[in-house]
Design a protein around this ligand. Structure first.
Ligand code: S6P
Length: 596
Protein backbone atom coordinates (compact mmCIF):
# COMPACT_ATOMS: atom_id res chain seq x y z
CA UNK A 1 0.00 0.00 0.00
CA UNK A 2 1.07 3.56 -0.53
CA UNK A 3 2.47 5.43 2.42
CA UNK A 4 0.30 7.93 4.20
CA UNK A 5 1.17 11.62 4.43
CA UNK A 6 3.09 11.54 7.71
CA UNK A 7 6.14 9.37 6.88
CA UNK A 8 8.14 11.90 4.91
CA UNK A 9 11.55 10.59 3.83
CA UNK A 10 12.62 10.41 7.45
CA UNK A 11 15.60 8.07 7.40
CA UNK A 12 17.37 9.80 4.54
CA UNK A 13 16.38 13.42 5.05
CA UNK A 14 19.67 14.67 6.47
CA UNK A 15 21.64 13.24 3.55
CA UNK A 16 19.11 14.33 0.94
CA UNK A 17 19.91 17.70 -0.70
CA UNK A 18 17.55 20.51 0.34
CA UNK A 19 16.52 20.90 -3.28
CA UNK A 20 15.22 17.31 -3.35
CA UNK A 21 13.42 17.36 0.02
CA UNK A 22 9.69 17.45 0.47
CA UNK A 23 8.58 20.78 1.94
CA UNK A 24 6.42 20.41 5.06
CA UNK A 25 4.65 23.65 4.09
CA UNK A 26 3.11 22.08 1.01
CA UNK A 27 2.35 18.50 1.95
CA UNK A 28 -1.35 19.16 1.42
CA UNK A 29 -1.00 21.29 -1.69
CA UNK A 30 -2.65 18.59 -3.80
CA UNK A 31 -5.92 18.87 -1.87
CA UNK A 32 -5.91 22.64 -1.35
CA UNK A 33 -8.26 24.97 -3.22
CA UNK A 34 -6.79 27.57 -5.57
CA UNK A 35 -6.41 30.24 -2.90
CA UNK A 36 -4.85 27.63 -0.59
CA UNK A 37 -2.33 26.69 -3.30
CA UNK A 38 -1.31 30.32 -3.83
CA UNK A 39 -1.03 30.89 -0.07
CA UNK A 40 1.30 27.90 0.26
CA UNK A 41 3.47 29.18 -2.59
CA UNK A 42 3.57 32.51 -0.78
CA UNK A 43 4.89 30.82 2.39
CA UNK A 44 7.54 28.99 0.37
CA UNK A 45 8.72 32.21 -1.30
CA UNK A 46 8.90 33.92 2.09
CA UNK A 47 10.95 30.98 3.31
CA UNK A 48 13.27 31.41 0.30
CA UNK A 49 14.09 34.96 1.36
CA UNK A 50 14.12 34.41 5.11
CA UNK A 51 16.31 31.28 5.20
CA UNK A 52 16.86 29.69 8.66
CA UNK A 53 17.88 26.16 7.68
CA UNK A 54 21.01 26.07 9.86
CA UNK A 55 23.00 27.11 6.81
CA UNK A 56 23.51 30.64 5.46
CA UNK A 57 20.47 31.97 3.61
CA UNK A 58 19.97 34.60 0.91
CA UNK A 59 20.35 37.55 3.27
CA UNK A 60 23.11 36.22 5.53
CA UNK A 61 26.41 38.06 5.91
CA UNK A 62 28.44 35.43 4.06
CA UNK A 63 26.05 35.57 1.09
CA UNK A 64 26.22 39.36 1.00
CA UNK A 65 30.02 39.25 1.13
CA UNK A 66 30.20 36.78 -1.76
CA UNK A 67 27.82 38.95 -3.79
CA UNK A 68 30.12 41.93 -3.17
CA UNK A 69 33.15 39.91 -4.31
CA UNK A 70 31.38 38.98 -7.55
CA UNK A 71 30.24 42.59 -8.07
CA UNK A 72 33.87 43.79 -7.86
CA UNK A 73 35.10 41.30 -10.45
CA UNK A 74 32.26 41.93 -12.89
CA UNK A 75 32.47 45.73 -12.55
CA UNK A 76 36.15 45.49 -13.53
CA UNK A 77 35.22 43.48 -16.62
CA UNK A 78 32.50 46.01 -17.51
CA UNK A 79 35.15 48.76 -17.33
CA UNK A 80 37.63 46.87 -19.50
CA UNK A 81 35.44 44.78 -21.77
CA UNK A 82 37.86 44.49 -24.70
CA UNK A 83 39.11 40.95 -24.18
CA UNK A 84 37.21 40.17 -21.00
CA UNK A 85 33.93 38.30 -20.61
CA UNK A 86 31.32 37.33 -18.05
CA UNK A 87 29.82 33.90 -18.85
CA UNK A 88 26.69 32.61 -17.13
CA UNK A 89 25.71 29.01 -17.66
CA UNK A 90 23.28 26.33 -16.53
CA UNK A 91 20.81 23.64 -17.54
CA UNK A 92 17.03 23.95 -17.82
CA UNK A 93 15.69 26.82 -15.75
CA UNK A 94 19.19 27.73 -14.57
CA UNK A 95 20.31 28.18 -18.18
CA UNK A 96 17.20 30.22 -18.97
CA UNK A 97 17.92 32.53 -16.04
CA UNK A 98 21.52 32.83 -17.29
CA UNK A 99 20.21 33.77 -20.75
CA UNK A 100 17.85 36.39 -19.36
CA UNK A 101 20.51 37.90 -17.11
CA UNK A 102 23.16 38.02 -19.85
CA UNK A 103 20.93 39.50 -22.55
CA UNK A 104 19.30 42.09 -20.29
CA UNK A 105 22.64 43.14 -18.80
CA UNK A 106 24.13 43.57 -22.27
CA UNK A 107 21.15 45.75 -23.22
CA UNK A 108 21.67 47.92 -20.14
CA UNK A 109 25.38 48.30 -20.91
CA UNK A 110 24.65 49.34 -24.51
CA UNK A 111 21.97 51.79 -23.36
CA UNK A 112 24.58 53.25 -21.02
CA UNK A 113 27.08 53.70 -23.84
CA UNK A 114 29.19 50.73 -22.78
CA UNK A 115 30.27 47.61 -24.58
CA UNK A 116 28.32 44.40 -23.94
CA UNK A 117 30.44 41.87 -22.06
CA UNK A 118 28.09 39.06 -21.01
CA UNK A 119 27.46 35.70 -22.66
CA UNK A 120 25.25 32.78 -21.71
CA UNK A 121 25.41 29.04 -22.19
CA UNK A 122 22.54 26.62 -21.78
CA UNK A 123 22.80 22.83 -22.02
CA UNK A 124 21.11 21.79 -25.24
CA UNK A 125 21.70 25.18 -26.89
CA UNK A 126 19.14 27.84 -27.71
CA UNK A 127 16.36 25.33 -28.35
CA UNK A 128 16.48 24.65 -24.58
CA UNK A 129 15.27 28.21 -24.00
CA UNK A 130 11.86 27.14 -25.29
CA UNK A 131 11.64 23.38 -24.92
CA UNK A 132 12.80 20.80 -22.44
CA UNK A 133 16.29 19.45 -23.31
CA UNK A 134 17.23 17.63 -20.14
CA UNK A 135 19.72 15.05 -21.46
CA UNK A 136 22.70 17.38 -22.23
CA UNK A 137 22.67 18.23 -18.52
CA UNK A 138 24.46 14.89 -17.94
CA UNK A 139 27.45 15.70 -20.16
CA UNK A 140 30.45 17.37 -18.47
CA UNK A 141 32.64 17.16 -21.58
CA UNK A 142 30.04 18.92 -23.70
CA UNK A 143 29.87 21.64 -21.03
CA UNK A 144 33.64 22.11 -21.04
CA UNK A 145 33.92 22.25 -24.83
CA UNK A 146 31.05 24.73 -25.15
CA UNK A 147 32.70 26.97 -22.56
CA UNK A 148 36.01 26.75 -24.36
CA UNK A 149 34.35 27.89 -27.61
CA UNK A 150 32.45 30.70 -25.90
CA UNK A 151 35.58 32.26 -24.43
CA UNK A 152 37.88 31.90 -27.43
CA UNK A 153 40.22 34.92 -27.63
CA UNK A 154 39.32 36.24 -24.15
CA UNK A 155 42.06 36.92 -21.63
CA UNK A 156 39.95 37.16 -18.45
CA UNK A 157 36.66 35.42 -17.82
CA UNK A 158 34.34 35.58 -14.84
CA UNK A 159 32.33 32.37 -15.08
CA UNK A 160 29.07 31.81 -13.16
CA UNK A 161 27.99 28.16 -13.19
CA UNK A 162 24.45 27.72 -11.94
CA UNK A 163 23.16 24.41 -10.70
CA UNK A 164 20.46 24.76 -8.06
CA UNK A 165 20.96 21.24 -6.80
CA UNK A 166 24.80 21.34 -7.12
CA UNK A 167 24.01 18.45 -9.38
CA UNK A 168 24.50 19.17 -13.09
CA UNK A 169 27.51 17.46 -14.73
CA UNK A 170 27.34 19.97 -17.63
CA UNK A 171 28.14 22.77 -15.16
CA UNK A 172 30.66 20.63 -13.26
CA UNK A 173 32.58 20.07 -16.51
CA UNK A 174 32.77 23.82 -17.02
CA UNK A 175 33.84 24.52 -13.44
CA UNK A 176 36.52 21.86 -13.79
CA UNK A 177 37.77 23.54 -16.97
CA UNK A 178 37.92 26.89 -15.14
CA UNK A 179 39.80 25.33 -12.23
CA UNK A 180 42.40 24.04 -14.65
CA UNK A 181 42.84 27.51 -16.15
CA UNK A 182 42.74 29.79 -13.14
CA UNK A 183 45.18 32.18 -14.80
CA UNK A 184 42.30 33.24 -17.09
CA UNK A 185 39.14 32.22 -15.20
CA UNK A 186 37.53 33.23 -11.94
CA UNK A 187 34.73 30.70 -11.42
CA UNK A 188 31.66 31.20 -9.25
CA UNK A 189 29.39 28.25 -8.43
CA UNK A 190 25.79 29.24 -7.73
CA UNK A 191 23.37 26.73 -6.17
CA UNK A 192 21.16 26.12 -3.17
CA UNK A 193 22.58 23.20 -1.22
CA UNK A 194 25.49 23.05 1.23
CA UNK A 195 28.63 21.74 -0.50
CA UNK A 196 28.54 18.47 1.43
CA UNK A 197 25.19 17.67 -0.22
CA UNK A 198 26.50 18.14 -3.77
CA UNK A 199 25.65 15.23 -6.07
CA UNK A 200 28.06 12.32 -5.70
CA UNK A 201 26.71 9.89 -8.32
CA UNK A 202 29.18 8.48 -10.83
CA UNK A 203 29.09 10.12 -14.26
CA UNK A 204 29.30 7.58 -17.10
CA UNK A 205 31.64 9.55 -19.33
CA UNK A 206 33.85 11.05 -16.63
CA UNK A 207 36.18 10.14 -13.81
CA UNK A 208 34.89 12.79 -11.38
CA UNK A 209 31.56 13.40 -9.66
CA UNK A 210 29.93 16.80 -9.30
CA UNK A 211 30.87 16.66 -5.62
CA UNK A 212 34.57 16.14 -6.48
CA UNK A 213 34.49 19.37 -8.49
CA UNK A 214 32.57 21.24 -5.79
CA UNK A 215 35.24 20.21 -3.27
CA UNK A 216 37.96 21.47 -5.62
CA UNK A 217 36.03 24.71 -5.88
CA UNK A 218 35.98 24.90 -2.10
CA UNK A 219 39.76 24.63 -2.01
CA UNK A 220 40.12 27.32 -4.69
CA UNK A 221 37.77 29.53 -2.67
CA UNK A 222 40.09 29.30 0.31
CA UNK A 223 42.91 30.58 -1.96
CA UNK A 224 40.65 33.47 -3.12
CA UNK A 225 40.62 32.10 -6.65
CA UNK A 226 36.95 31.15 -6.83
CA UNK A 227 33.55 31.81 -5.24
CA UNK A 228 30.77 29.59 -4.00
CA UNK A 229 27.38 31.29 -3.62
CA UNK A 230 25.11 28.65 -2.17
CA UNK A 231 22.55 30.05 0.26
CA UNK A 232 20.01 27.49 1.37
CA UNK A 233 16.50 28.55 0.41
CA UNK A 234 14.66 25.46 1.63
CA UNK A 235 12.84 22.68 -0.18
CA UNK A 236 10.80 23.41 -3.28
CA UNK A 237 6.99 23.65 -3.02
CA UNK A 238 6.74 20.78 -5.50
CA UNK A 239 9.50 18.37 -4.52
CA UNK A 240 12.60 18.80 -6.69
CA UNK A 241 11.02 21.45 -8.93
CA UNK A 242 13.95 23.86 -8.87
CA UNK A 243 12.30 26.00 -11.53
CA UNK A 244 10.43 27.57 -8.61
CA UNK A 245 12.44 28.71 -5.58
CA UNK A 246 15.74 27.73 -7.18
CA UNK A 247 14.95 29.69 -10.34
CA UNK A 248 13.71 32.65 -8.33
CA UNK A 249 16.74 32.71 -6.05
CA UNK A 250 18.99 32.45 -9.13
CA UNK A 251 17.23 35.45 -10.63
CA UNK A 252 17.54 37.45 -7.41
CA UNK A 253 21.27 36.75 -7.17
CA UNK A 254 22.10 37.31 -10.85
CA UNK A 255 20.04 40.51 -11.01
CA UNK A 256 21.57 41.86 -7.82
CA UNK A 257 25.14 41.10 -8.88
CA UNK A 258 24.80 42.44 -12.42
CA UNK A 259 22.80 45.57 -11.57
CA UNK A 260 25.17 46.51 -8.78
CA UNK A 261 28.19 45.83 -10.98
CA UNK A 262 26.65 48.10 -13.64
CA UNK A 263 26.06 50.82 -11.05
CA UNK A 264 29.64 50.54 -9.95
CA UNK A 265 31.15 50.44 -13.45
CA UNK A 266 28.83 52.82 -15.30
CA UNK A 267 27.65 55.21 -12.60
CA UNK A 268 30.74 55.02 -10.35
CA UNK A 269 28.50 54.26 -7.34
CA UNK A 270 30.07 52.91 -4.18
CA UNK A 271 28.61 49.48 -3.51
CA UNK A 272 28.65 48.08 -0.01
CA UNK A 273 26.78 45.64 2.21
CA UNK A 274 23.94 48.14 2.69
CA UNK A 275 23.41 48.45 -1.05
CA UNK A 276 23.27 44.67 -1.45
CA UNK A 277 20.82 44.37 1.43
CA UNK A 278 18.64 47.12 -0.05
CA UNK A 279 18.37 45.06 -3.26
CA UNK A 280 17.56 41.85 -1.44
CA UNK A 281 14.93 43.70 0.62
CA UNK A 282 13.35 44.95 -2.60
CA UNK A 283 12.85 41.33 -3.69
CA UNK A 284 11.26 40.52 -0.31
CA UNK A 285 8.89 43.47 -0.74
CA UNK A 286 8.15 42.30 -4.25
CA UNK A 287 7.10 38.88 -2.91
CA UNK A 288 4.70 40.59 -0.50
CA UNK A 289 3.28 42.88 -3.23
CA UNK A 290 2.65 39.92 -5.51
CA UNK A 291 0.94 37.76 -2.91
CA UNK A 292 -1.13 40.64 -1.56
CA UNK A 293 -3.06 39.82 -4.75
CA UNK A 294 -3.38 36.13 -3.85
CA UNK A 295 -7.16 36.18 -4.35
CA UNK A 296 -6.82 37.58 -7.88
CA UNK A 297 -3.99 35.19 -8.71
CA UNK A 298 -6.10 32.26 -7.53
CA UNK A 299 -8.80 33.23 -10.07
CA UNK A 300 -6.17 32.91 -12.81
CA UNK A 301 -5.12 29.54 -11.38
CA UNK A 302 -8.73 28.38 -11.32
CA UNK A 303 -9.38 29.34 -14.95
CA UNK A 304 -6.09 27.88 -16.15
CA UNK A 305 -6.81 24.65 -14.25
CA UNK A 306 -10.29 24.44 -15.77
CA UNK A 307 -8.71 24.77 -19.20
CA UNK A 308 -6.37 21.84 -18.61
CA UNK A 309 -9.22 19.82 -17.09
CA UNK A 310 -11.21 20.40 -20.30
CA UNK A 311 -8.18 19.36 -22.44
CA UNK A 312 -7.73 22.99 -23.36
CA UNK A 313 -4.57 25.08 -23.31
CA UNK A 314 -2.90 27.90 -21.43
CA UNK A 315 -1.33 30.59 -23.62
CA UNK A 316 0.84 33.40 -22.30
CA UNK A 317 1.27 36.56 -24.38
CA UNK A 318 3.72 39.33 -23.70
CA UNK A 319 6.10 41.88 -25.11
CA UNK A 320 9.75 42.21 -24.12
CA UNK A 321 11.01 40.30 -21.13
CA UNK A 322 7.46 40.05 -19.72
CA UNK A 323 6.65 37.77 -22.64
CA UNK A 324 9.90 35.85 -22.14
CA UNK A 325 8.83 35.03 -18.57
CA UNK A 326 5.73 33.36 -20.03
CA UNK A 327 7.79 31.38 -22.56
CA UNK A 328 10.12 30.19 -19.80
CA UNK A 329 7.28 29.11 -17.54
CA UNK A 330 5.63 27.21 -20.40
CA UNK A 331 8.84 25.38 -21.33
CA UNK A 332 9.10 23.91 -17.83
CA UNK A 333 5.73 22.15 -17.73
CA UNK A 334 6.79 19.24 -19.94
CA UNK A 335 9.63 17.85 -17.78
CA UNK A 336 7.92 18.75 -14.51
CA UNK A 337 4.45 17.37 -15.14
CA UNK A 338 4.86 15.17 -18.21
CA UNK A 339 2.45 17.52 -19.94
CA UNK A 340 2.07 17.83 -23.69
CA UNK A 341 4.26 20.63 -25.09
CA UNK A 342 1.14 22.22 -26.61
CA UNK A 343 -0.68 22.38 -23.23
CA UNK A 344 1.10 25.51 -22.01
CA UNK A 345 2.76 27.84 -24.49
CA UNK A 346 4.27 31.30 -24.52
CA UNK A 347 4.05 33.85 -27.36
CA UNK A 348 6.28 36.84 -27.68
CA UNK A 349 5.47 40.05 -29.53
CA UNK A 350 8.24 40.49 -32.08
CA UNK A 351 9.25 36.81 -31.85
CA UNK A 352 12.97 36.14 -32.09
CA UNK A 353 13.85 39.82 -32.51
CA UNK A 354 12.51 40.25 -28.98
CA UNK A 355 13.97 37.03 -27.61
CA UNK A 356 17.39 38.24 -28.73
CA UNK A 357 18.98 34.80 -28.41
CA UNK A 358 22.44 34.02 -29.74
CA UNK A 359 21.32 31.67 -32.54
CA UNK A 360 18.50 33.89 -33.81
CA UNK A 361 15.33 32.48 -35.37
CA UNK A 362 14.70 28.80 -34.62
CA UNK A 363 11.27 28.65 -36.27
CA UNK A 364 12.42 26.06 -38.78
CA UNK A 365 12.88 23.56 -35.93
CA UNK A 366 9.11 23.05 -35.79
CA UNK A 367 5.81 24.45 -34.52
CA UNK A 368 6.98 24.65 -30.88
CA UNK A 369 9.64 27.12 -31.95
CA UNK A 370 7.17 29.49 -33.64
CA UNK A 371 6.68 31.95 -30.89
CA UNK A 372 5.60 35.32 -32.25
CA UNK A 373 2.08 36.70 -31.82
CA UNK A 374 1.82 36.48 -35.60
CA UNK A 375 2.60 32.75 -35.40
CA UNK A 376 -0.18 32.41 -32.84
CA UNK A 377 -2.65 34.32 -35.04
CA UNK A 378 -1.67 32.30 -38.15
CA UNK A 379 -1.69 28.86 -36.55
CA UNK A 380 -3.68 28.77 -33.32
CA UNK A 381 -6.15 31.64 -33.12
CA UNK A 382 -8.60 29.83 -35.39
CA UNK A 383 -8.71 26.89 -32.94
CA UNK A 384 -8.81 28.95 -29.71
CA UNK A 385 -11.98 27.91 -27.91
CA UNK A 386 -13.99 28.31 -24.73
CA UNK A 387 -11.81 25.63 -23.13
CA UNK A 388 -8.65 27.69 -23.51
CA UNK A 389 -7.01 30.32 -21.31
CA UNK A 390 -5.05 33.36 -22.49
CA UNK A 391 -2.92 35.32 -20.04
CA UNK A 392 -1.40 38.63 -21.13
CA UNK A 393 1.76 39.65 -19.26
CA UNK A 394 2.25 43.40 -19.24
CA UNK A 395 5.17 45.47 -18.01
CA UNK A 396 3.49 48.84 -18.33
CA UNK A 397 0.00 50.32 -18.75
CA UNK A 398 1.10 51.47 -22.25
CA UNK A 399 1.08 47.84 -23.34
CA UNK A 400 -2.68 47.55 -22.88
CA UNK A 401 -3.43 49.10 -26.23
CA UNK A 402 -1.43 46.71 -28.43
CA UNK A 403 -2.99 43.79 -26.52
CA UNK A 404 -6.57 44.98 -26.77
CA UNK A 405 -7.18 43.86 -30.35
CA UNK A 406 -5.99 40.28 -29.82
CA UNK A 407 -7.72 40.14 -26.42
CA UNK A 408 -11.07 41.12 -28.01
CA UNK A 409 -10.73 38.41 -30.67
CA UNK A 410 -9.99 35.83 -27.98
CA UNK A 411 -12.86 36.97 -25.76
CA UNK A 412 -15.34 36.35 -28.59
CA UNK A 413 -14.57 32.62 -28.41
CA UNK A 414 -15.80 32.45 -24.81
CA UNK A 415 -12.32 31.40 -23.59
CA UNK A 416 -10.76 32.79 -20.42
CA UNK A 417 -8.88 35.99 -21.23
CA UNK A 418 -6.82 37.35 -18.36
CA UNK A 419 -3.89 39.67 -17.69
CA UNK A 420 -1.17 40.48 -15.21
CA UNK A 421 0.29 43.99 -15.15
CA UNK A 422 3.10 45.19 -12.96
CA UNK A 423 3.12 48.88 -12.34
CA UNK A 424 5.75 51.08 -10.72
CA UNK A 425 3.82 54.34 -11.24
CA UNK A 426 1.73 55.68 -8.39
CA UNK A 427 -1.64 53.98 -8.19
CA UNK A 428 -3.81 55.58 -10.87
CA UNK A 429 -7.57 55.00 -10.64
CA UNK A 430 -8.18 55.84 -14.31
CA UNK A 431 -5.52 53.40 -15.47
CA UNK A 432 -6.74 50.60 -13.23
CA UNK A 433 -10.33 51.19 -14.42
CA UNK A 434 -9.32 50.90 -18.07
CA UNK A 435 -7.18 47.82 -17.27
CA UNK A 436 -10.13 46.04 -15.72
CA UNK A 437 -12.35 47.08 -18.63
CA UNK A 438 -10.06 45.40 -21.18
CA UNK A 439 -9.27 42.53 -18.80
CA UNK A 440 -12.08 41.96 -16.28
CA UNK A 441 -10.11 39.01 -14.90
CA UNK A 442 -6.75 40.42 -14.07
CA UNK A 443 -4.02 40.97 -11.51
CA UNK A 444 -2.69 44.49 -11.09
CA UNK A 445 0.59 44.31 -9.18
CA UNK A 446 1.42 47.60 -7.55
CA UNK A 447 5.18 47.35 -7.17
CA UNK A 448 7.21 48.57 -4.19
CA UNK A 449 9.59 51.54 -4.62
CA UNK A 450 12.92 50.56 -6.19
CA UNK A 451 15.97 50.75 -3.92
CA UNK A 452 17.50 54.24 -4.08
CA UNK A 453 21.15 53.41 -4.63
CA UNK A 454 22.10 56.43 -6.68
CA UNK A 455 22.29 54.75 -10.12
CA UNK A 456 21.53 56.48 -13.42
CA UNK A 457 18.05 56.56 -14.95
CA UNK A 458 19.00 53.66 -17.24
CA UNK A 459 20.07 51.53 -14.28
CA UNK A 460 16.97 52.49 -12.27
CA UNK A 461 14.74 51.52 -15.22
CA UNK A 462 16.58 48.20 -15.46
CA UNK A 463 16.03 47.59 -11.72
CA UNK A 464 12.27 48.10 -12.26
CA UNK A 465 12.23 45.67 -15.17
CA UNK A 466 14.15 42.98 -13.24
CA UNK A 467 11.79 43.27 -10.25
CA UNK A 468 8.80 43.19 -12.60
CA UNK A 469 10.10 40.04 -14.32
CA UNK A 470 10.52 38.45 -10.91
CA UNK A 471 6.91 39.35 -10.01
CA UNK A 472 5.65 37.84 -13.27
CA UNK A 473 7.72 34.71 -12.66
CA UNK A 474 5.97 34.19 -9.32
CA UNK A 475 2.54 34.64 -10.89
CA UNK A 476 3.26 32.38 -13.90
CA UNK A 477 4.75 29.69 -11.63
CA UNK A 478 1.60 29.86 -9.46
CA UNK A 479 -0.65 29.53 -12.51
CA UNK A 480 1.12 26.58 -14.11
CA UNK A 481 1.72 24.79 -10.80
CA UNK A 482 -1.86 25.31 -9.63
CA UNK A 483 -3.32 24.25 -12.98
CA UNK A 484 -1.31 21.02 -13.01
CA UNK A 485 -2.32 20.30 -9.42
CA UNK A 486 -5.96 20.74 -10.48
CA UNK A 487 -5.47 18.26 -13.28
CA UNK A 488 -4.09 15.67 -10.86
CA UNK A 489 -0.37 15.77 -11.69
CA UNK A 490 0.70 16.18 -8.07
CA UNK A 491 0.29 13.75 -5.19
CA UNK A 492 0.96 15.28 -1.77
CA UNK A 493 3.75 17.55 -3.05
CA UNK A 494 5.36 15.16 -5.53
CA UNK A 495 5.28 15.56 -9.30
CA UNK A 496 4.04 12.05 -9.89
CA UNK A 497 4.08 12.29 -13.67
CA UNK A 498 7.67 13.48 -13.99
CA UNK A 499 9.38 12.18 -17.12
CA UNK A 500 12.73 10.39 -16.80
CA UNK A 501 14.72 12.72 -19.07
CA UNK A 502 18.13 12.66 -17.37
CA UNK A 503 20.15 10.90 -14.68
CA UNK A 504 18.87 13.14 -11.86
CA UNK A 505 15.27 12.50 -12.88
CA UNK A 506 15.86 8.72 -13.02
CA UNK A 507 16.93 8.71 -9.38
CA UNK A 508 14.21 11.17 -8.43
CA UNK A 509 11.61 8.84 -9.96
CA UNK A 510 12.95 5.98 -7.84
CA UNK A 511 12.82 8.17 -4.71
CA UNK A 512 9.21 9.17 -5.39
CA UNK A 513 8.18 5.53 -5.84
CA UNK A 514 10.16 4.45 -2.78
CA UNK A 515 8.71 7.15 -0.60
CA UNK A 516 5.08 6.91 -1.68
CA UNK A 517 4.93 3.12 -1.71
CA UNK A 518 7.07 2.82 1.41
CA UNK A 519 9.31 0.17 -0.13
CA UNK A 520 13.06 -0.38 -0.30
CA UNK A 521 15.30 1.42 -2.76
CA UNK A 522 15.85 -1.88 -4.57
CA UNK A 523 12.12 -2.56 -4.86
CA UNK A 524 11.48 0.98 -6.13
CA UNK A 525 14.26 0.60 -8.70
CA UNK A 526 12.73 -2.67 -9.89
CA UNK A 527 9.30 -1.04 -10.16
CA UNK A 528 10.66 1.89 -12.20
CA UNK A 529 12.57 -0.43 -14.55
CA UNK A 530 9.55 -2.65 -14.86
CA UNK A 531 7.37 0.33 -15.84
CA UNK A 532 10.06 1.74 -18.13
CA UNK A 533 10.54 -1.47 -20.12
CA UNK A 534 7.03 -2.87 -19.69
CA UNK A 535 8.28 -6.15 -18.27
CA UNK A 536 7.97 -8.21 -15.10
CA UNK A 537 11.50 -9.54 -15.40
CA UNK A 538 13.92 -6.72 -14.71
CA UNK A 539 16.96 -8.91 -13.89
CA UNK A 540 18.65 -8.29 -17.28
CA UNK A 541 18.09 -4.51 -16.90
CA UNK A 542 19.72 -3.88 -13.54
CA UNK A 543 23.27 -3.52 -14.86
CA UNK A 544 22.45 -1.36 -17.87
CA UNK A 545 23.85 2.18 -17.86
CA UNK A 546 21.44 4.82 -16.57
CA UNK A 547 21.89 6.77 -19.82
CA UNK A 548 20.05 3.94 -21.60
CA UNK A 549 17.17 4.16 -19.13
CA UNK A 550 17.12 7.90 -19.78
CA UNK A 551 16.95 7.33 -23.55
CA UNK A 552 13.92 5.16 -23.01
CA UNK A 553 12.41 7.41 -20.33
CA UNK A 554 12.43 10.36 -22.70
CA UNK A 555 10.07 8.45 -24.99
CA UNK A 556 7.89 6.65 -22.40
CA UNK A 557 4.85 8.18 -20.74
CA UNK A 558 3.41 7.58 -17.26
CA UNK A 559 6.45 5.64 -16.02
CA UNK A 560 6.27 6.93 -12.44
CA UNK A 561 2.50 6.38 -11.99
CA UNK A 562 2.80 2.85 -13.41
CA UNK A 563 5.82 2.11 -11.22
CA UNK A 564 3.93 3.38 -8.18
CA UNK A 565 1.01 1.07 -8.80
CA UNK A 566 3.40 -1.84 -9.46
CA UNK A 567 5.30 -1.21 -6.23
CA UNK A 568 2.31 -0.49 -4.04
CA UNK A 569 -0.20 -2.99 -5.35
CA UNK A 570 2.12 -5.63 -6.79
CA UNK A 571 0.50 -5.10 -10.18
CA UNK A 572 2.22 -5.98 -13.43
CA UNK A 573 3.06 -3.00 -15.65
CA UNK A 574 0.26 -3.92 -18.05
CA UNK A 575 -2.28 -4.15 -15.20
CA UNK A 576 -1.08 -0.77 -13.92
CA UNK A 577 -1.36 0.77 -17.38
CA UNK A 578 -4.89 -0.64 -17.63
CA UNK A 579 -5.73 0.83 -14.21
CA UNK A 580 -4.56 4.26 -15.42
CA UNK A 581 -6.86 4.09 -18.43
CA UNK A 582 -9.78 3.42 -16.05
CA UNK A 583 -8.66 6.19 -13.66
CA UNK A 584 -6.71 8.60 -15.91
CA UNK A 585 -6.30 11.33 -13.28
CA UNK A 586 -3.05 10.09 -11.76
CA UNK A 587 -3.70 11.60 -8.35
CA UNK A 588 -7.02 9.74 -8.15
CA UNK A 589 -5.42 6.47 -9.25
CA UNK A 590 -2.83 6.82 -6.52
CA UNK A 591 -5.03 8.17 -3.75
CA UNK A 592 -7.47 5.30 -4.31
CA UNK A 593 -4.84 3.01 -2.81
CA UNK A 594 -3.41 5.21 -0.06
CA UNK A 595 -3.65 3.86 3.48
CA UNK A 596 -4.85 6.58 5.83
C1 S6P B 1 13.50 22.10 -12.72
C2 S6P B 1 13.67 22.14 -14.19
C3 S6P B 1 14.98 21.55 -14.68
C4 S6P B 1 16.22 22.14 -13.99
C5 S6P B 1 17.49 21.52 -14.54
C6 S6P B 1 18.74 22.09 -13.91
O1 S6P B 1 12.23 22.44 -12.29
O2 S6P B 1 12.63 21.44 -14.80
O3 S6P B 1 15.05 21.75 -16.05
O4 S6P B 1 16.23 23.50 -14.16
O5 S6P B 1 17.45 20.15 -14.34
O6 S6P B 1 18.80 21.83 -12.55
P1 S6P B 1 19.95 22.44 -11.65
O7 S6P B 1 19.78 21.86 -10.29
O8 S6P B 1 21.26 22.03 -12.29
O9 S6P B 1 19.78 23.91 -11.64
Amino acid sequence: MLAARSTMMTATTSTLPFTERSNPLTQNIDVADCKGIVDMLHSCDEEMLAGSFQFPGLQDDSTVRTILGAVDHIATIMQEPEDHLVVMSGCGTSGRMAFLAATTCNRLLRESGRQACCAYLIAGGDRALLTSQEAPEDDPLLGASELQQAVAGKKKVFYIGITCGLSAPYVAGQLDYCLQHLEAFTPLLMGFNPVQLARNHGIETWYKTVKDVVEEMERATKDNKAFILNPVVGPEPITGSTRMKGGSATKILLDTILLLAAQKAVDQCAINEHTVRAFLRAYSQCVESVYSKAADISCLVSNAGKSLQASGHIYYFGAGTAGIMGCIDASECVPTYGSDPEDVRGFLRGGYDTLNNADGCLANLGPLYRLSWKDFCDNILGHFSSSDSAIFLLSSPDEMEPCADLAEKLKKTGGHVMAVLYNFQPNDAKMSASFSTVFPQSVLLQMPPVPATGGSAAVQAAVCRRLGEFALKLVCNSVSTGAHIMVGKVFQNFMVDVQIRNNKLFYRAIRIVQHLSDCSDAAATRAVLSALYDTDDVTPLVDINVSQHVDRGTKQEKVVPIALLCAALKMSPSQARQQLTVTPVIRHAISAVVTK
